[in-house]
Design a protein around this ligand. Structure first.
Ligand SMILES: [Fe+2]
Ligand SMILES: [Fe+2]
Length: 278
């Protein structure tokens, strides 16, 4: 693998010739500038790419790993710039991990249709737009990324997906579906906290995430022949359950625009009521 791309992709190193090599270089990079604004992907794809699952992301020095979990600031605290900045550092890291894990998936599931993998690349680039927007808002509070610790929570879980069906179940329908609830809640909280610019960023992100959930719904149906609550739940890699991936009240309108029908939403709501937090 060393000959197709170096462990970093900086000045003086070869420009990756294929999307796969470009994705590997991106994942392994330890340069924040590269992580947030990589070069455009090449047009060429490998002819017969192998399965590449054993990849860990490079971490720039600005992203300091946390040794323990910390709770996000409560919405009521968002009138304080420091707490706003802390939440924005977390949201930034979610977006960065989402971008990385879309590119991880194109390497891990090379037997999926090319159109699916092209969609993963396009969504990775959108996640980086979100990350840059959150970083701008963080710096507008007078803070820097390195001021806060971050956790690779998604990286600890998503690579357990055995196949592309589990991947779209967990990432698209699960984490990004749940983000439809979070983004709306954060937008309101920033608005109330006196930061309408960040509220507007949250709403913009939520609009894009609807499309990402729709992408997952379309491909889940294509991979399995259906999209109902029972088949989604069965596809989630243990120990993840619907209650971890959704919060009440559900963003029913946004979820239904994203392809989850009323029966799906009724069952999801009933599940979350009956098993809160499990
Ligand atoms: Fe995003
Ligand atoms: Fe997304």
């Amino acid at each position: 693998m060393g000959s197709e791309v170096g462990s970093r992709c900086g000045i003086g190193e070869a420009i990756p010739a294929t999307v796969e090599a470009w994705a590997l270089a991106y994942l392994r990079s330890t340069d924040l500038g590269h992580k947030l604004a990589p070069p455009a992907p090449p047009r060429a794809w490998e002819d017969a790419p192998p399965v590449r699952r054993m990849i860990r992301p490079g971490r720039p020095a600005e992203l300091r790993p946390a040794n323990r979990a910390r709770r996000n600031p409560k919405p009521a605290g968002l009138h304080e710039p420091r707490l706003r900045a802390r939440l924005l550092a977390t949201l930034h890291h979610h977006e960065l991990q989402a971008a990385e894990l879309f590119l991880w998936a194109l390497l891990a599931f090379p037997d999926t249709p090319r159109r699916f993998r092209q969609g993963l690349v396009a969504m990775a680039m959108e996640e980086l737009v979100h990350a840059r927007l959150y970083r701008e808002r963080l710096e507008a509070q007078g803070a820097q990324l390195r001021d806060f610790e971050v956790r690779d929570w998604f990286w600890e879980r998503v690579p357990t997906c055995p196949d592309a069906t589990a991947y779209v179940a967990l990432v698209g329908l699960g984490l990004e579906g749940g983000n439809l609830e979070h983004a709306a809640r954060y937008a309101r909280a920033f608005e109330v906290g006196g930061d309408p610019e960040t509220a507007a960023v949250c709403r913009r992100v939520a609009d894009d995430e609807e499309r990402h959930v729709r992408f997952a719904a379309r491909w889940f149906r294509r991979f399995t022949g259906r999209l109902d609550f029972a088949s989604w739940r069965a596809a989630l890699p243990p120990p993840l359950t619907p209650s971890v991936l959704a919060s009440l009240p559900l963003a029913r309108e946004a979820r239904s625009r994203s392809g989850q029908d009323q029966a799906f939403l009724d069952e999801l709501e009933a599940w979350c009521r009956a098993r809160p937090g499990s």
